[in-house]
Write a protein that binds this ligand. Structure first.
Ligand code: FE2
Ligand code: FE2
Length: 310
């Protein structure tokens, strides 16, 4: 029934919840051991291992959820073992894998909780060493852009908020979570459109522009904070009212969202895309200062970005 997919018991984290069926086959016949929503304790996994069980069987249809769980299981190791400037890149890789799973699967409640856990890792890392924001980046394949972009926007948004005086850890986590999920609505936009080298036609552009509303819709019942949800819905608003989806003026855009917009634009400018050569840090900041600050983006948030990267 379950095919060949397995799930190692040693990878189960104490206190975690699995969102897929887990089977054992004690006498060659599969028995459901844990249903979605099962909460684990270390005592239980220790007992299973002591009794000689090494892995559960899972149904192939749950493979994406299993993969996401296993990726997240790496986070505590990353937290413990690496100094902040190295850890921030490991978390970035993890967040990119997480985004990739999210884009190819469903946005379940467990997935959202995973995202919040990653956002917490980002905040902890930046609070320990604000300068570690300067270590993130690096080149990657074009088709990986969308996944890494979300990770980097979460990091940049958090770093800017910190330089602007936000120092409450929970507030920063809500901001980082918004950054991580800001483009989740793009999961419904074909990758060929997202990575298209030439200009988008009208239908493609409409599909592209719908992603903030789609993302907000997808996350509506996920229990995220107001800040996170506002970042998802309004990160393409511009302070002069030329943005979308609602054409808000600056006074109608939350400061956290204005910060996320700056982080989003900075990352897009400094990334190599199929239709654009990447700008250096200096070129991107120069462009934002002269072409966008005060018209499209908040000057205060822009100064926050400059301070974060100084
Ligand atoms: Fe976006
Ligand atoms: Fe974005």
């Amino acid at each position: 029934m379950t095919g060949d997919a397995t799930f190692p018991i040693s990878s189960i984290l104490d206190g975690s919840v699995t969102d897929f069926d887990l089977f054992l086959a004690p006498h060659g016949e599969e028995v459901l051991y844990a249903a979605p929503g099962y909460r684990w304790t270390r005592d239980e996994t220790t007992r299973l291992l002591a009794n000689g069980w090494k892995e559960f069987l899972v149904v192939p249809g749950d493979a994406k959820r299993v993969r996401m769980y296993l990726q997240l299981a790496r986070l505590p190791l990353i937290e413990k073992e690496q100094p902040p400037h190295v850890r921030i890149n490991s978390i970035q890789d993890l967040a990119a894998s997480f985004s990739q799973c999210l884009y190819s699967g469903e946005v379940t409640e467990a997935a959202v909780r995973h995202g919040e856990r990653i956002a917490r890792g980002i905040v902890e890392c930046l609070m320990e060493s604000p300068a570690s924001v300067k270590e993130i980046g690096g080149l990657m394949a074009h088709d990986q852009y969308t996944f890494y972009h979300s990770a980097r926007v979460a990091v940049f948004t958090t770093a800017i908020a910190m330089t602007m005086g936000v120092n409450d850890e929970h507030h920063l986590q809500r901001i980082a979570t918004g950054g991580l999920f800001h483009d989740v609505g793009k999961k419904d936009v074909p990758l060929e459109v997202i990575n298209k080298a030439g200009p988008l036609d009208q239908i493609e552009w409409q599909a592209m522009k719908s992603h903030p509303v789609t993302g907000h819709e997808v996350l509506k019942s996920a229990g995220l904070s107001v800040e996170s949800m506002e970042i998802v819905l309004h990160h393409h608003e511009r302070i002069n009212g030329t943005g979308y989806p609602h054409g808000l003026q600056q006074s109608g855009i939350m400061m956290e969202v204005q910060i996320a917009a700056v982080a989003d634009i900075y990352d897009a400018l400094t990334s190599s895309r199929s239709y654009q050569k990447r700008r250096t840090r200096y070129e991107a900041l120069d462009f934002m200062k002269h072409k966008l600050s005060g018209t499209d983006i908040s000057p205060a948030a822009f100064r926050g970005l400059v301070a974060a990267l100084a």
